[in-house]
Design a binder for this molecule. Structure first.
Ligand code: G6Q
Length: 548
């Protein structure tokens, strides 16, 4: 194992090996790759924490796979992983530990970092969350006028929104159905207005979720929520019964008027996009209950342990990360489609967009040097089968190669009988399997012509194939499986960050826009002038003000 050098990727023997292998390997068609290798599926599939991963339809040969595995060793993925799990300050630009894995450690683990009893603190918060969640679920927690809470509204944005929304949708099957959940994130007032339009303040609890408690959008929405609540409830004392905060900033929470007894804390070592299993998951816990939330954490933990200990040739997150590197840097794939064939995972692609793109959308290495290879691809997607009737055309026959992640579950959570028609779930799964097969193996001109298609039309019907995909399958969508699935992606993102030598845990790219928004606002509100802004922005601001 060599000392980790963020800038050293291209000097590794494994990288050079990949460069040597690439010209021939990238020309191979998946048809040839499959016919060259008997037992291809067996040697290119693995399973852990209840998730089976078939990556046989990725465009790698055994030699490429071996070189990718060597790359993980040469880039000291194992050492970097230990640094993360043990609380080293691997988020260098913010000088912070990166310890989301500690959020799901079992109680008996002892982890002390920077003088903090991490596991103890995590479990204290989880216990308080559990009591609070139960009191809402069983109606013991009463609003200011004595009515039980029926509506839970999470106000947050980015990492303080996408995880909670995704988890609420993903685990809806397990949710307490007499409670209504809403998620407000956008500073567009419509989001607030439409989310509360049919709610009664007497029965509504706002969860203000903000790590910093300074985020413009969240603070504005929280202030609107205060006004909306007090308009009906009248009395300032009502805030204590209708507002709780999820934050690391007790001072600002208090300043807002929320009693810190109603605050659930977390720590600077929990990144926003890695926080759905911290106090930020309070809405999830209220929805599915503390026991299911614990199962979710157990699923995360099972995948954490797998990632930390399993050999890389059987390691789901490491393999997923390495395959991503191959696709990005050697097959030149700029995007990845995430295609869950599971309606409950409708927000999973949006969640993953933040996790992957905010983490690995970086152009300099940890030492500040410009990279001269591509880094994080664009992630996007929709639940199947809807996408098949819209954008799949381009994935099948467009000029870009788009690797796909297919995700499905063997058992549906709800059986829906259809009269004189195939079972919904069988049909769903037939579709996902058909898509990955069509993408991988396509249809040749010969095959098209053999069907009697005219030579003029035949080229339009040819399916080139050779479009790579990975298929993930689990038995059913449980809280445990969801946790394992999210952790799988978290660690595959980490793996790629380590290979590329970039900092996956900061997000400086979002700062400039925030600063400029503060500068632009006076132009809109007061007609102020600001020479430091560009002419186009000044002109648009003036037109806005004239039309307002
Ligand atoms: C996530 C980012 C970002 C953050 C939001 C909300 O990793 O840091 O998306 O979660 O900007 O921040 P607050 O929780 O501080 O309001």
């Amino acid at each position: 194992m060599t000392e980790y050098n963020p800038d050293g990727l291209e000097a590794t023997a494994a990288w050079k090996k990949l460069q040597d292998l690439a010209p021939a390997a990238t020309k191979l068609h998946l048809r040839e790759i499959f016919s060259n290798e008997s037992g291809r599926v067996e040697t290119n599939s693995t399973e852990a924490a209840g998730i089976y991963m078939d990556y046989s339809k990725q465009r790698i040969t055994p030699e490429v796979k071996a070189a990718l595995l060597e790359l993980a060793e040469e880039r000291d993925l194992r050492g970097r992983t230990e640094d993360m799990f043990t609380g080293k300050h691997i988020n260098v630009t913010e000088d912070r530990a990166v310890l989301h894995t500690a959020l799901r450690d079992p109680r008996e683990v002892t982890l002390e970092v920077d003088g903090q009893n991490v596991t103890g603190d995590v479990n204290d918060v989880l216990d308080r969350m559990g009591k609070f969640a139960d009191s809402i679920r069983n109606g013991d927690w009463k609003g200011h006028t004595g009515k039980p809470i029926k509506n839970i509204v999470n106000i947050g944005i980015g990492g303080s929104d996408l995880g909670p929304v995704m988890a609420f949708e993903a685990l809806k099957f397990y949710s307490q159905r007499d409670l209504t959940f809403r998620f407000i994130s956008n500073v567009d007032g419509i989001d607030f207005a439409e989310s509360v339009i049919d709610l009664d303040p007497e029965e509504t609890l706002f969860i203000v979720a903000s790590k910093t408690f300074t985020t413009q959008e969240t603070m504005n929405n929280a202030k609107s929520a205060r006004r909306w609540s007090l308009e009906k409830l009248g009395d300032e004392d009502a805030i204590a019964k209708h507002f709780v905060a999820l934050s690391t900033n007790a001072e600002l929470v208090e300043g807002f008027g929320i009693d810190t007894a109603n605050m659930f804390g977390f720590w600077d070592w929990v990144g926003g996009r890695y926080s759905m299993d911290s106090a930020i998951g309070l809405s999830t816990m209220i929805s599915v209950g503390p026991d299911n939330f614990r199962d979710l954490l157990n699923g995360f933990h099972a995948m954490d342990e797998h990632f930390r200990t399993a050999p890389y040739d059987q390691n789901l997150p490491a393999l997923a990360g390495l395959l991503g590197v191959w696709n990005r840097n050697f097959l030149d794939c700029a995007t990845v489609a995430v295609l869950p064939y599971e309606q409950y995972l409708m927000r999973f692609p949006a969640y993953l967009q933040q996790l992957t793109m905010e983490s690995n959308g970086k152009h300099v290495t940890l030492s500040g040097n410009e990279v001269d290879y591509e880094t994080g691809p664009i992630y996007w997607g929709e639940p199947g089968t809807n996408g098949q009737h819209s954008f799949y055309q381009l994935i099948h026959q467009g000029t870009s190669i788009i690797p796909c992640d297919f995700i499905f579950f063997a058992r549906p959570l709800i059986d829906v009988p259809a009269e004189d028609a195939p079972d919904h779930h069988d049909l769903l799964i037939a579709n996902v399997l058909a898509q990955s097969s069509a993408l991988g193996f396509g249809k040749t001109e010969e095959e098209v012509l053999a069907e009697g298609v005219s030579p003029e039309v035949a080229p339009h019907k040819v399916m080139e194939g050779n479009r790579p995909s990975t298929t993930y399958m689990a038995e059913s969508l449980t809280p445990f499986t969801l946790g394992a699935l999210v952790a799988l992606y978290e660690h595959s993102v980490f793996t790629q960050g380590v290979i590329w030598g970039i900092g996956s845990f900061d997000q400086w790219g979002v700062e400039l826009g925030k600063v400029l928004a503060k500068k632009v606002l006076p132009l809109l509100v007061e007609g102020a002038e600001d020479d430091s802004l560009d002419a186009s922005t000044v002109s648009l601001a003036a037109r806005y003000r004239a039309k307002e």
